[in-house]
Structures are given as structure tokens and as C-alpha cells.
Design a protein around this ligand. Sequence first.
Ligand SMILES: [Fe+2]
Ligand SMILES: [Fe+2]
Length: 299
Amino acid sequence: MRAYLETASRCELNYDSPPMRLWHKAKLLGVWDPEGFNLRPDTRDWQRLSDLERELLLHLSALFLSGEEAVVRDLLPLIRAISSERRLEEEIYLTSFLWEEAKHVEAFSRFLTEVACARTTDLSRFHGPAYRQLFYRELPDALKQLEHDPSPETLASASVTYNMIVEGVMAESGYYAYHRILCEHDLMPGMQQIVYHVKKDEARHIAYGVFLLSRLVAEYGAPVWQTIESRMGQLLSVALDVIYETLSCYEHLPFGLAVDDFINYATEQFQRRMQRIARAREQSLNNVLQEFAFDPAEV
Ligand SMILES: [Fe+2]
Ligand SMILES: [Fe+2]
């Protein structure tokens, strides 16, 4: 039997808290429909691409589709851990988080089936060793660990893996690739719209991760910070290896792309996230809550 319901002792939710601010944004901005975009112009653009250009776009989209599936499948232990701490506002926000990830799977699946005609293609050939390490091992293992050990350090390790590396470094680098390929070459307006909306959703997911990690650092101090620092360092090289193995298999990268450009972009994302979370070492929990309550989407 359940011992406690939060709303029995307080009927008012904390609307100014960072997760409720994100929840309000999710209700307004996260309601787009993956089925609501016209992909016929994208199909025409796809047919005009060279074989090499199609292969790279298929490669990128296949990695995204499986990455989105992985984050759908692996999020529940984090939601359960937050729920067991009775952090109702955070749990409310996380319901939109999982729903949005599910829509991302649908959106990339639509592109791959309707535009790239990949219905019967085996996309696992795109999953290289570094990709497999991150999405088949590090991500599910870090999240599953929470089922047995919901300590602040395990929570921090899970959030670093999920929010900071997979979303904050990997997915952000992927959007950059779509931007370089689609926006700079004025291609596939439907997919441009899809990526725009996915990226907005992900900005909230990353903001939640930065908030969660900052809260944990402010609440539990050095042991949590050391976990974050060590996990970030451990996974940065894996994330960079994913980028390298994805792009270096093309002798001549189409669309004017260059491997170094993406390695630099990913490293910058990593450093920005680290610096932002490091600030919490000097902050009280109240400082963190006030700073993020002001505008969490800016982080
Ligand atoms: Fe996503
Ligand atoms: Fe996400």
C-alpha cells in the first residue's frame, strides 16, 4: 500500500520551480505532430541527391532513429527514481519528456520510410563500435543501475550519460549536421521543420538534465561532482569516436562537411555543459532553484 500522496499535504504545485517552468513550455511547444508535415517536397529533393549524399543522410537519420528509440526505452528508471523521491513537479515534467522522445522516434521513422525509402533496409550496418558502446551498453547500463541503487551519485551518472552526452553532445552534433546539410543547401523543407521541433524539445530535456545535475551538486557536494567529472571525461572520448567513425568512413564527405568541424563542435558542446554544471559547486540549493526558475530554457 502507498504510504503517502504529496497532494494530500499541499494542493498547490510549485509553479515557479524549474521543472514546472519546463512543463509549461512543453505543453505549449511540445504538441507538434510528426504526421503533420508534408514530406512530398523532401521526396523530390531526395531523388535529386547523388548516391553518396543519400548514403550520408541515410546514415545520419538511421543513427538518430535508433538513438531516439534508445532514449525512449531507457528513461523509465530515471522517472521511477525521481518519483520515489516524491519530487512531484519533476515527475510531472518527465511525463512530457518521454512522450516527446516517442514522437521523435515516429518523426525519424517517417523520414526513413517515406523519404529515404528504407523500409526494408538493414540499418544496423551503420552502428559502429563506438555507437554500440554508447547506445547498447553505456546508456542502458547507467540507467538500469538506478533500479538497484538510486543514490545521488548513480542518478548523476545516469543523467550525465543520458542528458549531457547522448542529448547534449551526440544529438546536438546531429542537429548541426542536419543544419549543414538541409538548411545550408535549401533541401527538404519538411525534414527541416521536423528537426527544428525535435531540437526545441531536446533543449528542454538538456535544460532538465543541467538543472538535475546542478541540484544534485548543490545538495550533495563533492562526491556527486566527482562522479559527474569522471563520467563526463570517460564518455567524451566515446562520443567523439562516434562522430569520427560516422564521418571518417567517407573518403570525400559530401555537402562540404569536414570531420574536424564536427569534432570541434562536439567538444564545445561538452565544455559548455561542464562549465554550466560546475557553477553549482559554488551555489546553495536555493541559488540553483532561483537561477533556474528564472528561465531554465536559457541554460
Ligand atoms: Fe529525442
Ligand atoms: Fe531528449
